[in-house]
Structures are given as C-alpha cells and as structure tokens.
Design a protein around this ligand. Structure first.
Ligand code: FRU
Length: 468
C-alpha cells in the first residue's frame, strides 16, 4: 500500500479508537502505551538537541503483530511525553513487512534513524535491509533507503541495528542467525552511515566458550559502562531452567571488552536483565549528563500476550519506566530514573509487624519495603510476592492456562521498591540488583496487603499521572 494509504488507515484507527483506549482503567498514568493498537520494542532512544526521543514498534491498525510502523514520542524531562507524527510507515519495497527495530544517532546535527526493512516472500522465506531515514526541517523522516542488504552466510533473520560513534567511525551491532541456525551479533563499521563493512561476529551461540545459546539473537545493544563494554541481546531458544530463562524469550547482558580491530567481545556469563513475566527488547541511550538509561518493552513475543484484557479497549502493551544503569562489582544495577521521584505525592511511612501493616493503594504508586525476613504480599489481582528468607517468588495465574506460574530471585534481601501503574508492576530488588517487571490486571483500586510475623518498614507514595 502507498504511504498515503497506510497513513490514512492509521489515522482512521487512532481517531476511531483513542477515546476508548484512553478511558481504559488499565491505561497507565505514567508509563508509555500506544494510543491504539499494539506496541512492542522501544526504538531510536536518544537525547537529541537536549530533548528525549523514543520511537517504538507500533501496529496502529490492530492489537496484532504485523507490518510495523515507527511511532514517536518526545519529552523534555522523561516524564511528560508528547506523541509526534508517525516517523516511519512501511510503504516501500524494501520494508513491505515492517519497519522493524533500530536506533537513532545525531549525524552532523541531524536526527537519523537506522532500522530494518523486513521483507517476507510468499514461499515463507524472508530478507532484511538495514535502512536510513533522516529528519527534515518539518520534523518528518525522509527515507534514504537500504544501506546494507543481507550479508552472505546468514538467513533472512538479520535485524535491529544499534549504531554508535567510537573514535572516528560509526559502528553497528546487528542481531543475526547464521546458516546453521545459531544466533549471532555482527559488528560493522562505517565512515558515513551509508557504506558499511562487516567486521565479523563479535559474539554469539558457539563463540567465546558459550556453547549452543539460541537460534537467533534479537535487539543487540553495545555500550560502555564503567570500565566495561556491555552487550545487551535477546537470545531466542534458551531452554528454561528451574530458576532462570523462564519466559518464552530472554533478554540479558554480557560484560566484556570489545576488541574493535578483531571484532570480538571477550565476555563473561549471560545475566538476565529482568526476572519478571514481561520484559523484552530493551534499548539504552546516553544522556547529556552522562547517564546510561534503559527502556524495555513490558511484553514478550509468542507469549500469552493476546489474553490481556486491554485488547477489548483496542490497545496492547506498555514500555517499562526509564531506568538508570550503573556497574557494581561486575553486575549491572538498575534504578528507576531519578526524574520519576518528581511524581511522588502524599508520603506515608509505617513500621511494625507485617501482619499489622495498613492496606495501601497501589494503583499508581511507589512502595518501599524494608525487610530481611520472610513475608508475603498480596499485590492485587492474583499476583503475590513472597520471601522465605532465601527465595523471592512472584506468582500469578497464567492467563491462558489458568495455572499458577512463578518467577524467582534468590539472595539476601534488604529492600524492595515496587513501582505500580494501573496494570504493571516493576519490582526493584536491593536498589536494583535485580528487577521483576510484569503486567497484571487487578480489581481497581489495587491494594497491597502484607503478611508476616516479622518487623517491616514501609514508605509509600502515590504517583502523579504525567504521560501526555
Ligand atoms: C523483537 C522483534 C525484533 C523486530 C521487531 C519487530 O521483539 O522481533 O527483532 O525488529 O520485534 O516488531
């Protein structure tokens, strides 16, 4: 379909559906969600000329995966986001089946998007082009077209370019699947964003002592944090173990040192970035004040996503809150971006035996639980959180099967910070040593009830709505 035709359809869909979607009680008050339709990966996260931009994989036409557009928000403060005109519409031959994920850079002062043009053929095969689009003076994006076609030695699954500047070159990491169906991350270099040299496979299944580690690695991101290079990626096809890899697909990181000349990343173990039920395809950016921020998709592909009740109101999925990353003792620590503290209202503090704790409204709230001892908490809906002195366990009923499902973390607990927003929970453990992000659909207003015979200290704030 032509660009004009697709734009018209998207406009109709937004106009027809947005009032209903906005009135959904499960609509977040301070997280980003699509006006209508399905949102998935964050794309093109950048601070450009002082302003934050976040693009996203968006199907504005239905709560379904399909031909993806790039939606676009911008913000001065990471709290109040304005929806901008659609950035990319999948109208060209090199992107017939979607303007897939990618990143943004500032090139000679111009906001420039690098994304994957996804093309599927009737016989079920596919190809992928890495493409460029540059912002014009009207704030729209002019497509340059493909700057890289499928490299030899890989299937049609080559996508999700993340581009950054290092010394005098541009570099790109790309998620890929080789002809033996092993997931890889490719490293490429360019002088001008237009012509790219493939330097090699910097990491992947079967490399650097990893053994078999997934049939496809999606959404890579590479950045410096402290004295290390961090590779974030989403390997698909890891077998579930009792306490990790429990979602359909994983999202995590390797800590290492990137050898740019030899295109290799010597790295340690893979660590999951989030242990909750819904988290995938995160992307980071560096802020003007030097922080590394991450936003993820609070969803998982090929999961029970289509059983979420917001579909009845014509929208599906949200982003996580923005998080600040730091390195402590070789591990990434994640904290809610400090800007979010501005949303706090009506502070309450309470201390005593967990069983005597007052019920707290956690519809849109931040709750700090300080304890080292066993306790359990009813979070509303069918979501519960319990700590037995060793294991922290988040439990809910699977929306498809009705059976209980668990996500776990093991360690010495001292503090939990629970951020809630109508239909989501982000649980930060020990100031960001681990995080559990999940969607949930409680009876509203959602109530937090804590139980246990040990002492517990709580701080609680309601959080002001702010998204648009
Ligand atoms: C990850 C992903 C990416 C792809 C995009 C398509 O969720 O599959 O690999 O670019 O979503 O929407």
């Amino acid at each position: 379909m032509t660009e004009a035709g697709l734009l018209k359809k998207a406009l109709h869909s937004v106009v027809a559906g947005q009032v209903n979607a906005a009135a959904d009680p499960y609509r977040p008050g301070w997280h980003l969600a699509p006006p209508v339709g399905l949102l998935n990966d964050p794309n093109g996260f950048i601070q450009h000329n002082g302003r934050f931009h976040l693009f996203y994989q968006w199907n504005p036409l239905a709560c379904a995966h399909g031909a993806k557009f790039w939606g676009h928000w911008s913000s001065a403060d990471l709290l109040h986001w304005q929806h901008e005109p659609l950035a990319l519409v999948p109208s060209e031959e090199f992107e017939t089946h979607g303007c897939y994920s990618g990143s943004a850079v500032t090139d000679n002062g111009q906001l420039t998007l690098i994304y994957t043009g996804n093309v599927k053929y009737p016989d079920g095969s596919r190809t992928a082009f890495q493409c460029l689009a540059r912002e014009n003076t009207e704030g729209q994006f002019d497509k340059t077209g493909p700057v890289l076609s499928l490299p030899a030695g890989y299937t049609g699954h080559v996508r999700d370019p993340k581009v950054w500047r290092h010394e005098n070159h541009w570099y790109m990491v790309l998620g890929a699947q080789d002809l033996n169906l092993q997931g890889k991350v490719l490293l490429l270099r360019s002088d001008n964003l237009l012509a790219w040299d493939l330097l090699g496979e910097m990491a992947g299944s079967g490399l650097h002592g990893l053994g078999e580690f997934g049939y496809m690695w999606e959404c890579p991101d590479l950045f410096r944090l402290g004295d290390n290079d961090i590779l974030i990626c989403c390997p698909q096809g890891l077998a579930a173990e009792s306490d990790r890899y429990l979602n359909t697909f994983q999202s995590g990181y390797f800590v290492g040192q990137l050898d740019y000349d030899n295109a290799t990343l010597e790295h340690g173990e893979f660590t999951e970035l989030d242990l909750g039920f819904e988290f995938y395809a995160p992307q980071t950016t560096q802020t003007d004040d030097g922080r590394r921020l991450l936003i993820g998709w609070m969803g998982i592909p090929d999961s029970d996503e289509f059983f979420q009740p917001t579909i009845q109101n014509g929208w599906l999925h949200t982003m996580t809150c923005p998080r600040e990353l730091t390195m402590v003792a070789g591990k990434i620590m994640q904290k809610p971006a400090r800007e979010l503290q501005q949303l706090r209202r009506d502070e309450q503090a309470w201390q005593g035996t967990a069983d005597d704790c007052p019920h707290l409204d956690m519809t849109k709230a931040e709750t700090e639980i300080i304890t080292e001892h066993a306790f359990s908490a009813d979070l509303g809906g069918d979501m519960t959180l319990s700590f037995d002195g060793e294991w922290l366990r988040l439990t809910r009923k699977n929306r498809r099967t009705g059976l209980p499902e668990h996500r776990v973390w093991r360690g010495a607990l001292h503090k939990l910070t629970v951020l809630s927003d109508a239909s989501s929970l982000e649980i930060f453990i020990n100031d960001g040593e681990a995080v559990m992000s999940s969607r949930y659909f409680p009876a509203l207003p959602a109530q937090l009830t804590v139980r246990g015979s040990h002492q517990i200290a709580l701080r609680h704030w309601s959080l002001a709505e702010c998204v648009i």
